[in-house]
Design a protein around this ligand. Sequence first.
Ligand SMILES: [Mg+2]
Length: 179
Amino acid sequence: MSNPSAYSLNSQKVAQATEQWLQQRGVTKREIAHLALFLQKDYFPELTIEECEENVDAVLSKREVQNAVLTGIQLDILAEEGKLLPPLQDMIKHDEGLYGCDEILALSIVNVYGSIGLTNFGYVDKLKPGILKKLNEKADKPIHTFLDDIVGAIAASASSRIAHRKQAEREGVTDPPLD
Ligand SMILES: [Mg+2]
């Protein structure tokens, strides 16, 4: 029988670890905010980078998002260390085109933010603006097979949150649909 006292989730630690790991893997919240700004600036010309970063923060506060970040980064690191079993080790190391689990994991992030998140995720995945280009450079190390999709998904989710909030603002709604 499992001992219920042996494990207890510490939400604050999960949130802290998420921020720390993103930083350690070379991704700043400001860079993700720049992607969100890129996605929404044509619709909201007055949108600021600070506002985008606030939305990135809100996305990162979600448990589903933290789980995906921690899982994806962990798999990237294990691949860097050569610790995965074959043939998965080589597929993740070489960012195999027919291996789509990195995109699927990232979808667990955009799922929280509806169709605008989904379409924007596909858009930045194709275009690879800003930091996504850097993360996609194929080198032996570091491996960012999962992280590039995760960063794109956080930016796409932040841009969806911005779009919904701006519309709510226009309509004078005090309780926007996406938190
Ligand atoms: Mg990828």
